[in-house]
Ligand binder design. Structure first.
Ligand code: ZN
Length: 137
């Protein structure tokens, strides 16, 4: 693998199944078995009803750009060759919101409420990152 000089995710106990799912190109998020709500980021208890009874559930991977910013400044040297790039807050179809890159579209063309779908970026054998790309409305 070519040198990868961006930050590498470090899974926590709560997020380990999420990161393992990404390696298989599945977007797994917790779904409460008591109130049926989804949430993200992963945590040991449902933020809605505090139940610890939940299942890792495959999300559709579809969502919308809730908000976004365009990074013009290099905050980490690993991104020096990529500015400007888009960091979006994506609202998944299931409800939770995730921060990730909006890819496959020039930053100046990203708009709020744009439909997107997840794409998976493998970092060699190390990890897989979920990113989002536009889909036709
Ligand atoms: Zn719940």
């Amino acid at each position: 693998m070519a040198e990868y000089n961006k930050p590498i995710p470090v899974p926590s106990i709560e997020s380990k199944p999420y990161w393992e799912g990404l390696r298989q190109h599945r977007l797994l998020i917790p779904r409460c078995n008591a109130c049926a709500g989804f949430w993200f980021p992963p945590s040991a208890r449902c933020p809605n009803c505090s139940s610890s009874d939940f299942s890792w559930t495959a999300a559709s991977g579809r969502g919308r750009v809730f908000s976004f910013v365009i990074y013009h400044r290099v905050y980490h040297p690993g991104f020096a060759g990529e500015v400007p790039y888009t960091v979006g807050l994506v609202e998944l179809e299931e409800g939770p919101r995730m921060i990730s890159n909006i890819v496959g579209i020039p930053p100046e063309q990203v708009v709020c409420d744009m439909p997107v779908r997840v794409v998976f970026e493998d970092i060699g054998d190390i990890a897989t990152l979920p990113k989002f790309t536009p889909v036709p409305a």
